[in-house]
Design a protein around this ligand. Structure first.
Ligand code: SAH
Ligand code: SF4
Length: 353
């Protein structure tokens, strides 16, 4: 019988059908299939050995024939503000990150969609790393699985695709991962609690908009003027701002603009005016992000007072704007930073050796 590379790479209903067929071919009673299915995502086990409700011989057989793939935990760091950062090592040695951000009412997990990123936004630590590879569906949804396996109480209520990589350049895998995260047979996280952040990959935006669920879209805008934006985000050369804005119109739900505030580059009056124009046109919500270190060291963050004034000016004209708190700064919890720091440390150790 042909088995998939991993049951965890399949949308849960396909995985369920594969399990039904496997149980049938193994000549086992049907109820066994119902015991196996929730062990993928809903009440996950690290390996079938942990599914102690099953006979030992069956567990051994499952571990050989339908293994549950995992990754290793390279580093876990908890910030003084409760933010927790995970650096995972994938089976081929690639490293990716997730960040769990607890607040009073929710637990948001920020997940990666690629190892590295090809797009080279100047301010971004992942951009500096370059592209390593796309993640498989099980490696994307598996970040939630690993967090839950470590502690079921950490089950996220919200997911944001704001870790490493550009999710819409890995659409086939992200498409399946969204199903796993959202479907009742998977993690059952409501679509409105799952946000995909993109620089504006137009074909991917259209594919996402075509899904029936109301996943949320965040567009990394960073400048309302194409001629300035291209100096911050090279992708502007391929997908122009005006086309990105047009594609954003295909979303029925309210979208968000992500806007990293960089002194003298996107925080001037003309930037404010341009941003107001775009936000009002789309009814978009604006997230202002303080610039974290880790990207191009010549970029300077906008001062906190200027960020507050920028936000106030947006609100004054009716644009909903929030200044995102910098969480976990003491543990390098911004996109790509822990990985880059570890790689530097490893280099140093090698050089010193
Ligand atoms: N590639 C996608 C999703 C991952 S990046 C995208 O760019 O939208 C997720 C978010 O992290 C983006 O909004 C990006 O602007 C933000 N980010 C990256 N580097 C940052 C930094 N140095 N300071 C603050 N935010 C940063
Ligand atoms: Fe890639 Fe997003 Fe970083 Fe830009 S901000 S380099 S798209 S991960």
């Amino acid at each position: 019988m042909t088995t998939p590379r991993s049951l965890l790479d399949l949308p849960p209903l396909h995985a369920a059908a594969t399990i039904d067929e496997w149980v049938r071919q193994a000549g086992l009673p049907r109820y066994r299939a119902e015991q196996l299915k929730p062990r993928l995502w809903k009440t996950p086990v690290g390996s079938w050995q942990e599914a102690t409700e099953l006979p030992q011989a069956l567990r051994d057989r499952l571990d050989t024939e339908l293994p549950l793939h995992r990754f290793e935990t390279e580093v876990v760091q908890t910030s003084s503000d409760g933010t927790r950062k995970y650096l995972w090592k994938l089976p081929d040695g690639e490293k990716i990150e997730s960040v769990l951000i607890p607040t009073a009412t929710r637990r948001t997990l920020c997940i990666s969609s690629q190892a590295g990123c090809a797009l080279g936004c100047t301010f971004c630590a992942t951009g500096l790393m370059g592209f390593r590879r796309n993640l498989h569906p099980w490696e994307i949804a598996g970040q939630v699985r690993e967090v839950v396996l470590r502690n079921p109480d950490d089950m996220p209520t919200n997911i944001v695709f704001m870790g490493m990589g550009e999710p819409l350049l890995n659409w086939p895998a992200v498409d399946i991962a969204l199903t796993i995260l959202n479907s009742p047979e998977g993690f059952g996280i409501g679509a409105r609690h799952i946000t995909i952040s993109t620089v504006g990959i137009v074909p991917g935006m259209l594919a996402l908009a075509a899904r029936p669920e109301q996943f949320r879209l965040a567009i990394s805008l960073h400048s309302p003027h194409a001629e300035d934006r291209v100096g911050i985000m090279p992708i502007e050369k391929k997908y122009h701002l005006k086309d990105v804005i047009e594609a954003a119109g295909a979303f029925k739900k309210r979208i968000t603009f992500e806007y990293v505030m960089i002194a003298g580059r996107n925080d001037r009056q003309k930037d404010l005016d341009g941003l107001i124009g775009l936000a009002l046109r789309l009814g978009a919500h604006v997230n202002l992000l303080p610039l974290h270190p880790g990207g191009d060291p010549t970029l300077r963050p906008t001062s906190p007072a200027d960020i507050r004034a920028f936000a106030a000016a947006l609100r004054e004209v009716g644009v909903e704007a929030v200044v995102r708190r910098s969480r976990g700064l003491d543990i390098d919890a911004a996109c790509g930073q822990l990985h880059v720091k570890m790689a530097r440390k490893e280099r140093r150790v090698r050089e010193e050796a």
